[in-house]
Ligand binder design. Structure first.
Ligand code: NAD
Length: 346
């Protein structure tokens, strides 16, 4: 099975290298092909997402992505900046469902922004719709009748877009504890009223799933007050952008958190939620676990290798239990030593 490796910039190549070592240990079914992306691709080929990289991403069964972002490129025109590569990949590959698990390894309970007894109960997946909502509606600047400047961004979802992401939510819940919470603002927004109506319609296909609804303001509060109540949350692009970052920080260090962006056929792009961390790049300080855990998601969601995914996740837990810590977790291990610790646990 062909895997596109897009290491990118900064710490991206460092964390991808450790992840490939781990993948090679658990399966011999993968073939890797590497291509430049982000600032590295701009410097080599003049574009953050060169045609050959996009072609590899299209041919591959799944994409393992490091991170993009390079301070040298901060003054380029927007369409040439490294971060455009990720937006281009989402669009070109139709990646509409962003899955972010927020699970706290019990060994890291003190790394959470929440009290350990509250944080310890976190075990959820937030599913954010990626291709619609206020980000993609008509937008612009205009003048009011009295000549004042006015910015506007139109929020909209059509019922097919909602039904598609709702099904991802129900199916994810079915593979977990069977609870789906749909987050909206139906008390105020028509877009949200349609969202809620369609989620309820789709729920008829999933009678085994316990569906609930929550307004986004309450969801933000509940994520901090009692995050253990959530199994799977499904929400739109804007609310998901904010809530998924909030949930991440409740679950501990940025160096620990994986993500997946999926198309309609379970093809996906897998990446850590962190960026290229230019402040620590090249120093062996990066925590590779977020990328290693992203690879476990890839095995489970896109490649049908759930047992291998379980092995990787268990090995990460075992390494932490033995005290393996990179500097972001308060330890002294290098990136490679953390990779070694996971391999040893395997
Ligand atoms: P960042 O996530 O790169 O770093 C934030 C802080 O967390 C830094 O102090 C960094 O050292 C630390 N950190 C991040 N990952 C770590 C890891 N694995 N181990 C240990 N420490 C880690 O965010 P930023 O500094 O805001 O952005 C840097 C660049 O990354 C920017 O160019 C930004 O646009 C880009 N970015 C890219 C993505 C992506 O590729 N998907 C996501 C976020 C930011």
């Amino acid at each position: 099975m062909l895997i596109a490796l897009l290491p990118g910039d900064g710490i991206g190549p460092e964390v991808i290298a450790e992840t490939v070592r781990v993948l090679d240990r658990v399966t011999d079914k993968l073939v890797f092909e590497t291509a430049p992306v982000g600032g590295a691709a701009y410097k080599a080929e003049g574009h953050p997402l060169p045609p050959a990289t996009l072609d590899l991403a299209k041919r591959a069964r799944a994409i393992l992505f490091g991170a993009v972002g390079d301070p040298d490129c901060d003054r380029l025109e927007r369409h040439l900046r490294p971060e455009q590569a990720i937006l281009g990949l989402r669009k070109e590959l139709g990646l509409f469902a962003n899955l972010r698990p927020a699970t706290l390894f019990k060994e890291l309970a003190d790394a959470s922004a929440l009290r350990p007894e509250v944080a310890g109960a976190i075990d959820m997946v937030i599913i954010r719709e990626l291709n619609g909502d206020v980000y993609f509606g008509e937008k612009g600047m205009r003048k009011t009748a009295s000549g004042r400047r006015e910015g506007y961004d139109i929020m909209s979802y059509n019922e097919d877009e909602v039904a598609r992401i709702a099904r991802v939510g129900f199916e994810t819940a079915r593979a977990r504890r069977g609870k789906l919470c749909s987050v909206d603002k139906a008390n105020v927004l028509e877009t949200s009223q349609l969202w809620r109506d369609v989620v309820i319609e789709v729920s008829a296909e999933f009678p085994d799933i316990e569906l609930s609804h929550m307004y986004v303001d309450n969801a933000a509060m509940q994520l901090v007050r009692n995050p253990g109540q959530f199994d799977v949350i499904v929400t739109g692009n804007l609310f998901g952008d904010i809530l998924s970052d909030q949930a991440s920080m409740c679950a501990g260090s940025i160096g620990m958190l994986p993500s997946a962006s999926l198309d309609a056929n379970q093809k996906g792009l897998y990446e850590p939620i962190h960026g290229s961390a230019p402040d620590i790049a090249g120093q062996g300080k990066a925590n590779p676990l977020a990328t290693i855990l992203s690879a476990a998601m890839m095995l489970r969601y896109s490649l049908g290798l759930a047992a291998e995914a379980d092995r990787i996740e268990a090995a990460v837990g075992a390494a932490l239990e033995k005290g393996a810590r990179t500097p972001d977790l308060g330890g002294t291990l290098t990136t490679v030593q953390m990779g070694d610790a996971v391999l040893a646990a395997l």
